[in-house]
Ligand binder design. Structure first.
Ligand SMILES: Cc1cc2nc3c(=O)[nH]c(=O)nc-3n(C[C@H](O)[C@H](O)[C@H](O)COP(=O)(O)O)c2cc1C
Length: 229
């Protein structure tokens, strides 16, 4: 039986992986991981999401198209893209500081100066190369359920990510992979009622220093609302 300490330790170890070994992952393993994802709860058990798995030649082709599109825009992430879901960039006040700490941590670990826009752009390209991962997953939610669709998807993704971790596999959820839905639609049969939310790189983590960087875990008290006095 898993103790609370066992679970906490295991969950604390989940970290986004941003450099992968060139070692394939069996399709059956990916399906097992996604099956574990299905242990998450879902609004009326509707499971309002669909997943595209890209590996091998298809993965390489999609990556090339994404990198080419990014280079065409030659601009900030998301510029020149028509994502199915848009969000505020830069991040809203109150959240932007947190996101900047992530950027700082990643760039410092990679030895990239913030003023070095070329090197920063290369890191963006790495997002579209799936950080070298052999498998790229793309997640769509049903447009009809609004926030519950994305909520259910997030729960599903986290359960799948923890399952991947039990198998020694690393993952990185990637909002960037939601930027060019037309490219993913060219490659998979996606119903019009589904919208691309984000993607995920999946594979075996390498020893690269970027995988040793740890995003801060905010103390839970920072998120707890105070009762009105
Ligand atoms: C919806 C979502 C989108 C994300 N998009 C990206 C992304 O495009 N590129 C990236 O490198 N990391 C991305 N991340 C990973 C976050 O930066 C990461 O989860 C966060 O900094 C906390 O670090 P941890 O996952 O190692 O705990 C994303 C995470 C989520 C949940």
């Amino acid at each position: 039986m898993l103790t609370p300490q066992d679970f906490s330790e295991f969950a604390q170890q989940r970290r986004s992986t941003r450099d992968f070994l060139n070692k394939p992952v069996e399709l059956e393993t990916i399906k097992d991981i996604l099956t574990d994802g299905m242990t998450a709860p879902s609004w009326s058990n509707t499971r309002p999401f669909v997943v595209a798995i890209a590996q091998g030649e298809q993965r390489d082709r999609i990556s090339k198209k994404l990198v080419a599109r990014l280079n065409e825009s030659k601009d900030l992430p998301g510029m020149g893209s028509k994502p199915d879901y848009t969000h505020e960039i830069p991040y809203p006040a109150g959240l932007v500081e947190r996101s900047m700490r992530v950027g700082k941590g990643i760039y410092e670990t990679l030895g990239i100066d913030r003023s070095d826009s070329k090197a920063r752009f290369s890191f963006l390209e790495r997002n579209y190369e799936f950080f070298g991962a052999p498998a790229a997953l793309f997640f769509f939610t049903h447009k009809g359920l609004d926030q519950f669709g994305t909520l259910d998807l997030g729960l599903f993704m986290e359960a799948a990510m923890l399952s991947a971790q039990t198998r020694g596999l690393g993952t990185c959820a990637q909002g960037y992979l939601g930027n060019y839905p037309d490219i993913i639609r060219e490659e998979f049969e996606v119903g019009d009622e589904y919208a691309l939310v984000c993607g995920m790189s999946l594979g075996y983590p390498s020893e690269h220093a970027i995988n040793t960087w740890k995003a801060e875990r905010l103390p839970i008290d920072e998120l707890l609302l105070q009762p009105k006095s």
